[in-house]
Ligand binder design. Structure first.
Ligand SMILES: [Zn+2]
Length: 82
């Protein structure tokens, strides 16, 4: 898996929030979020802003979130020894 960069996270974040990003984009996005403290904080703030705007709640996750996270975790596990 090719991991995305911080600026790609910023570029994709509204697609993620709006659930318009593809499965692959979400996997890469959440994979980056899990490993990058700065982006994680940015994502949390972004969600809070959208929650305040009434668009989504901070807990609003896509229906396949668990599946996506499972795939992300598999990727991370697989790259541990690399
Ligand atoms: Zn980052």
């Amino acid at each position: 898996m090719v991991y995305i960069k911080c600026r790609d996270v910023v570029a994709k974040i509204s697609d993620i929030i709006d659930h318009e990003a593809s499965l692959m984009t979400r996997m890469r996005f959440y994979g980056h979020i899990m490993m990058c403290k700065n982006c994680r904080r940015y994502f949390d703030q972004f969600k809070e802003v959208h929650a305040l705007a009434g668009k989504v709640t901070a807990d609003d996750l896509p229906p396949d979130f668990e599946q996506v996270m499972g795939a992300v975790m598999d990727e991370i596990e697989g790259h541990k020894d690399a």
